[in-house]
Design a protein around this ligand. Structure first.
Ligand code: TXA
Ligand code: MG
Length: 337
């Protein structure tokens, strides 16, 4: 299959929507990462998504919508969940809700009684879904296990000739996947940290939200229900190691010629690294998060490189999401001197 590249013009998006209507798979931009779109009501189309990604069948898919009214057919929405939608949609929040029996394909839910919904803040994505006239499944558009794609070129790298098309809307803004919050139970649980944070959710809900990915929750035995969590994620083939800013100068001492560093600009300066040794994570938590997967993907494709050292971020705001993805990419390996 020859993968067609679409721009975000009206004509191109309409053509891409027709491919979706015809049961084909088209990658689409969102503000977080690129997704793999297919008609969420068409089982043969959904199967193609699992094949293209090489994704295990028991790992459920997100349903992506253009309008909150598209949910009513499939799920029951509590007042609390409605409040989150009103406040955070369109945006980087995926909400897990109980399904109306028989309304959602087992291929989407992986056999669970719940389904995850997201309404992205990207005009091209919403137009694509609106014109297609159906919700689309929307897993990240990477090969299963690899870092999520933040550019159409990353999608092309993993999906060329495996899917019908890619809608190219340039680099994504956030750089890591949406926050996933489970609203199907009485106490909301964050299953994946993202740009929408635990304090923000608690403020809107006016109730306690548990972060299943924080060390305190793991210690207190909250069992996470995200089936995806048991799989290897975001993992380049290269050796990835995290480092703390306090250890930067020690790291510099032992850096081998085939090692590279991903760090914020002030850190690159402090360590006196050359352009060849360093990938800039910019100046802020936001730029670092936006650049994380791009840097990992860049070095993963460079046969000269042995180890990628990546600076950890302070665990505040989106820093939690950054450290969560970095920890998975590094298999939690930390630089010790
Ligand atoms: O930002 C995003 O959310 C991106 C863009 C493309 O929208 N999509 C994305 O989808 O990251 P995916 O499939 O790569 O990650 C969704 C995560 C998986 O870990 C999956 O296991 C979990 O959400 N998930 C999906 N449905 C679930 C459910 N019903 N219960 C628990 N976890 C669920
Ligand atoms: Mg994914």
């Amino acid at each position: 299959m020859k993968t067609k590249i679409f721009e975000t013009t009206k004509n191109d998006i309409e053509e891409a929507s027709r491919l979706i209507q015809n049961g084909e798979v088209v990658a689409f931009p969102t503000e977080t990462v690129y997704g793999l779109g297919a008609d969420a009501t068409n089982e043969s189309a959904i199967k193609k998504v699992f094949v293209a990604k090489g994704r295990p069948a028991d790992n459920p898919l997100i349903m992506t919508v253009a309008d909150a009214a598209q949910l009513d057919e499939f799920v029951t929405i509590s007042d609390q969940a409605r409040g989150l939608m009103d406040h955070f949609w369109p945006g980087s929040l995926t909400i897990i809700l109980p399904i109306k029996p028989g309304k959602v394909s087992m291929l989407v839910t992986g056999g669970l009684q719940t389904v995850a919904f997201r309404l992205p803040a990207n005009d091209a994505a919403r137009t694509l879904i609106r014109v297609a006239g159906v919700p689309i499944v929307g897993p990240s558009a990477n090969t299963s296990g690899k870092p999520s794609p933040t550019t159409a070129q990353h999608v092309w790298h993993d999906m060329q000739n495996k899917i019908a098309g890619i809608v190219d809307d340039g680099p994504t803004q956030v750089g890591v996947e949406s926050t996933v919050v489970d609203m199907s139970i009485s106490t909301p649980i964050i299953l994946r940290p993202g740009a929408v944070t635990q304090p923000q959710l608690e403020e809107v809900l006016q109730m306690k939200v548990i972060d299943a990915t924080s060390t305190e929750s793991v210690a207190s035995n909250v069992t996470p229900k995200a089936p995806g969590m048991k799989y290897r994620h975001y993992a380049p083939d290269k050796n990835v190691v995290m480092f703390d800013e306090l250890d930067a100068l020690e790291l510099k001492q032992v850096l081998a010629p085939n090692d590279v560093v991903m760090a914020k600009d002030d850190m690159i300066e402090k360590m006196a690294l050359t352009n060849h040794q360093a990938w800039s994570l910019g100046n802020t938590l936001e730029t670092a998060t936006e650049q994380l997967f791009a840097g990992l993907r860049f070095y993963d494709d460079d046969s000269q490189i042995t180890t990628i050292y990546v600076q950890k971020m302070p665990p505040i705001g989106i820093g939690k999401a950054f450290n969560n993805r970095l920890g998975k990419a590094a298999g939690n390996q930390e630089f010790q001197n």
